[in-house]
Design a protein around this ligand. Structure first.
Ligand code: DAH
Length: 339
C-alpha cells in the first residue's frame, strides 16, 4: 500500500498540464469523490496500526501535492489564455487623451501678435532687467521727472541705474537704436511694478508695446490701426480716443472701446458707461526720436501700449488677476486653444 502511495506521489510530481482539460482529468483522477485519494483514505482503516503513521503522512503528502498541482496549473493556464487569446473589444473607443492647454496670457499674446503681424508688424523683445536710460530717460522721463512716480519701480539696491522694466516702452528705444525707419514692431513682454497685489493689480504683469515710424505717419493712421485691432481682437468696432498724458508721446490718448451694455456683467465692468479703457497711445514725442538718433524733421511715428492681463480678463471674464499666477490646474485647463 505504502509503495502504491509513494508511486502516486512520483506521478503527481511528474504531472504536467498543457490544457485546462488535462488539469480537470488530473483533478478527477486524484481529488474527486470517486478519485484515488478518497479510495486510499477509505483503505486507511485496513492498514496495520504500526504502519498507520507513515501511511497517513504519505497520504497527506500526496493529497497536498495533488491539490498544489491543480492550483498551479489552473493559475498558469488562466493567465496565459488571457494574454494570448483575449484582446478585449477592439472596437472600443480608446482612452480619451487629455490635450494640454495654453496659459490664457500666452493665448492672448499670440492673438495680439497674429492680428498685428497681418498688417506688417514684426515681433521684438528686450531685457527685463533694464537701465535707467531705456526705461525712463530716453523716453523723455529725465531724473526727478514727476511722471516717474506713475510707475513704482523696483530698483537694484546696489545700483540705482539698473531696474526691472516698468513697461515694454523700453523696447521701443532699443529697437530704434538698432533699426532704421520704416519701423513696424510690437514688443510683448513681462513688466514689473512695486505695487500691492490685489484682484485688479499685480507686481508682475505683461504688456504689448507697438511702434510705427515712417515718413508721414499721422494720428489718423494710429486711429485706423487701433480700430482694426479692436475689431479683430474683440469683434467691437466703436472706439474713442480720450486726450491723456504720457511723457513719450505728444499728443497722447487713452483708447476706450464700446463694449456695450447688454448684460449685467457689461454694466459692472464698464461702470454703467458701456466704455472700457484698453490702452494708451500717441504720436512718438520728437525728443524720443532724437534720443534714438532718428531725425524728427524727417520721420514721425505712433506708439501704443496695452496690458495683456487686462485684455485676457475682459475676453474670458476672469474676475481676479491673481488667478493667472496661481497655476491652479482647474483654472488653466479651461483654456484650450489652437493659437
Ligand atoms: N508705457 C505705458 C504704460 O505702461 C503704456 C503706453 C502708453 C505705451 C502710451 C505707449 C504709449 O507706447 O504711446 O502705462
Amino acid at each position: 500500500m505504502l509503495d502504491k502511495v509513494k508511486e502516486l506521489i512520483g506521478e503527481v510530481a511528474a504531472f504536467n498540464a498543457k490544457t485546462k482539460e488535462d488539469i480537470e482529468t488530473f483533478r478527477i483522477k486524484f481529488l474527486s469523490k470517486k478519485g484515488l485519494l478518497n479510495d486510499l483514505f477509505t483503505e486507511f482503516k485496513n492498514v496495520a496500526p504500526a504502519e498507520r503513521k507513515e501511511f497517513g503522512q504519505a497520504l497527506n503528502t500526496l493529497k497536498n501535492a495533488a491539490q498544489d498541482k491543480v492550483n498551479l496549473f489552473k493559475d498558469a493556464l488562466e493567465n496565459t489564455t488571457e494574454q494570448k487569446g483575449s484582446y478585449g473589444d477592439l472596437t472600443r473607443p480608446s482612452e480619451p487623451i487629455e490635450l494640454g492647454s495654453r496659459h490664457p496670457i500666452s493665448i492672448v499674446r499670440n492673438k495680439i501678435i497674429d492680428v498685428f503681424s497681418r498688417i506688417g508688424f514684426t515681433v521684438s523683445e528686450g531685457p527685463e532687467i533694464e537701465d535707467d536710460w531705456h526705461n525712463f530717460t530716453a523716453l523723455n522721463l529725465p531724473a526727478y521727472h514727476p511722471a516717474r512716480d506713475m510707475q513704482d519701480t523696483f530698483f537694484i539696491e546696489t545700483n540705482p541705474d539698473i531696474l526691472l522694466r516698468t513697461h515694454t516702452s523700453s523696447v521701443q528705444v532699443r529697437y530704434m537704436e538698432n533699426h532704421k525707419p520704416p519701423i513696424r514692431t510690437i514688443s510683448p513682454g513681462r513688466v514689473f511694478r512695486n505695487e500691492d497685489i490685489s484682484a485688479r493689480s499685480h507686481c508682475i504683469f505683461h504688456q504689448v508695446e507697438g511702434l510705427y515710424i515712417d515718413t508721414d505717419v499721422s494720428f489718423a493712421d494710429l486711429k485706423q490701426t487701433l480700430l482694426y485691432f479692436t475689431k479683430e481682437m474683440f469683434g467691437k468696432s466703436k472706439i474713442r480716443l480720450r486726450p491723456s498724458y504720457f511723457p513719450f508721446t505728444e499728443p497722447s490718448a487713452e483708447v476706450d472701446i464700446y463694449w456695450g451694455l447688454e448684460t449685467e456683467t457689461d454694466y459692472k465692468i464698464t461702470k454703467g458707461t458701456g466704455w472700457l479703457e484698453i490702452m494708451g497711445c500717441g504720436m512718438v514725442d520728437p525728443n524720443v526720436l532724437k534720443n534714438a538718433s532718428i531725425d524728427p524733421d524727417v520721420y514721425t511715428g505712433y506708439a501704443f501700449g496695452m496690458g495683456i492681463e487686462r485684455i485676457a480678463m475682459l475676453l474670458y471674464q476672469i474676475p481676479d488677476i491673481r488667478m493667472f499666477y496661481e497655476n491652479d490646474v482647474r483654472f488653466l485647463e479651461q483654456f484650450k486653444s489652437v493659437i
